[in-house]
Design a protein. Structure first.
Length: 300
């Protein structure tokens, strides 16, 4: 299986909270593929059993305790299952509520091996688009925080913030479009979040305006005069409440964008989970007085 992550014991009982799948059997190597939370599930004679968390089972800080010094072995229950949420549990969200998702998707696609090459590429590309859009949001937040100093400096930082918002909206809309196409490309019956449907028109309009500024400057859209086209250059409201505007279309950077990103992320994790299903880890003895098969990790 790989590594048993333990905590400091009392010299007899060893507390185990995680088991991991590693790429090699080399003790101490930084080769962890995935780490999974385990909880106690009874014992039989000198065998102590652990199991993975069940779906929707709340996390609890209860380690599996076993004692190699007393001749005890640690074994995984046969019904244990690893799910994509177990992989995703290791990722920490930032203050917007978003957490990088590409490694979760990559790990699960590799571990389960059930996606065809087209599905693999599409799911991974969608994840990268999401993380890229989040990086653009972080860059925009950083630019907004610099809106101080002299009037000239504020203008400089203001123009930088608008330029970064253009990059954000283009990346966000691309991520939205790929997410909207997941049911067809991944062939999973997972419903698209309602917020994507509600905000799609505004995100698309703003993306078109920002991505084709040469047309917007001429007051045109798709080669034809459009009375709203030039409004993409009037973003005064952005410096009041963070809302980007194009004609009647609006999108709030502090409110709508984080909501869209977290909704798309949750959807993608669920969709890839539905595509790949569960992974059944090898059951049986993980660690014992004579096995030497599992590596012992640092305190968890």
């Amino acid at each position: 299986m790989g590594e048993v992550t333990t905590g400091p014991g009392d010299g007899i009982d060893v507390p185990v909270r995680f088991i991991s799948l590693n790429r090699t059997n080399e003790v101490g190597a930084a080769d962890q593929f995935v780490s999974v939370r385990v909880v106690p599930d009874g014992r039989e004679d000198l065998t102590v059993f652990a199991r993975t968390l069940r779906p929707d089972e709340p996390e609890r800080d209860e380690p599996v305790l076993f004692s190699p010094a007393r001749g005890e072995s640690l074994a995984l229950r046969k019904e244990s299952r690893v799910r994509i949420v177990d992989v995703d549990r290791m990722v920490q969200p930032d203050d917007t509520g978003y957490a990088s998702v590409t490694n979760t998707i990559w790990t699960w696609l590799h571990l389960c091996g059930k996606a065809n090459p087209q599905q693999f590429r599409f799911a991974l590309a969608t994840a990268r688009r999401l993380d890229g859009a989040h990086l653009a949001l972080a860059a925009l937040v950083s630019a907004i925080r610099e809106l101080n100093g002299s009037e000239a400096k504020q203008r400089t930082h203001g123009f930088r913030a608008i330029a970064t918002s253009e990059i954000l909206i283009v990346a966000l809309n691309r991520a939205m479009e790929m997410t909207m196409r997941c049911p067809r490309h991944l062939r999973v019956p997972v419903a698209i979040p309602d917020v994507l449907k509600r905000k799609r028109a505004a995100a698309t309009a703003l993306r078109n305006g920002f991505e084709h500024l040469e047309e917007s400057a001429a007051g045109k859209r798709k080669g034809k005069l459009d009375p709203d086209a030039a409004s993409i250059f009037d973003q005064r409201r952005f410096f009041v409440d963070g809302t980007l505007v194009l004609g009647a279309h609006t999108l709030s950077v502090p409110l709508d964008v984080p909501e869209l990103l977290t909704a798309m992320r949750a959807y993608l994790v669920e969709a890839v989970g539905a595509l790949c299903g569960e992974w059944n880890p090898p059951d049986g003895i993980l660690f014992g007085p004579t096995t030497g098969a599992a590596k012992t990790g640092a305190a968890g």
